[in-house]
Write a protein that binds this ligand. Sequence first.
Ligand code: RIB
Length: 300
Amino acid sequence: MRVLCFGSLNIDYTYSVPHFVARGETLSASARHIFCGGKGLNQSVALARAGLPVSLAGSIGEDGCFLLQALAGSGVDTSHVRVLPDVPTGHAIIQNDAGGDNCILVFGGANHHTDLAQAREVLACFGEGDVLCLQNEINALGDIIRLAKARGMRVVLTPAPMSQEIFSLPLELIDQLFCNEVEAGVLLRGEMDVLADPPAAAQALRARYGFGAVALTLGAGGSVYADGEQTLRQAACPAEVVDTTGAGDTFAGFFLAAKLEGKTPQEALLLGSAAASIAISRPGASPSIPTRAEVEAALR
Ligand code: RIB
């Protein structure tokens, strides 16, 4: 069984601000850091640091080659990442406020240059029983999902950042969904108050779209898992919040790695929660993702 992330690679420009800039306001940032990010890159790093061999497919421009070095340093196979001439690497402008919260503006750049030929070429290297992880930061997701399912792959989707295009995807082909309460609310078309009853919301998502399993993250409210047999809850692990960027990606990578190793869904929720709590206590997206050893030490 092999794991492929087909997703975004971003250069994250993270600004430390006292509060999020308001309409018409000009605000001074006290610091700026440049981090490796993008939901595809972050989830690949989380899977690799959780101990699973993982390949990342995607596209960058020549300005993003340092992302490949960082990925290789975390043990991610980058042989399916294309470097495109004359196209900028995707980037994100991230405001990180005094409470550790963030707000993010994403520019797709090379992430929006996926084509069918690339998708066919990459997926030809994977097959029956392999796992494909997707997020909503690249184009051609519908084609990628259909091609992967035709090859017998299991498909995992994080519909973030949420957009109306999600509804045009073949969601009935998704085996495992990761989402937060905002994404769950949109997928449920505002018909349910997700926070009023998260387990019911997770089951409602399964019933509506036919997802095999749903993992719903609720920030400080912990997480919920629902499949055809059970609905489980996990409290968030305590943490001093520095930067929440990439917490969802960290949770998804560690949860999935644990599940693919044969751990129970409850064990996977605990590992994902513990990893995310370490990630939010440190700055940056991918640099904040802990190793498996750090997470297990925190759980002892
Ligand atoms: O999920 C966090 C990521 O969202 C950041 O790394 C940023 O690049 C945006 O894609």
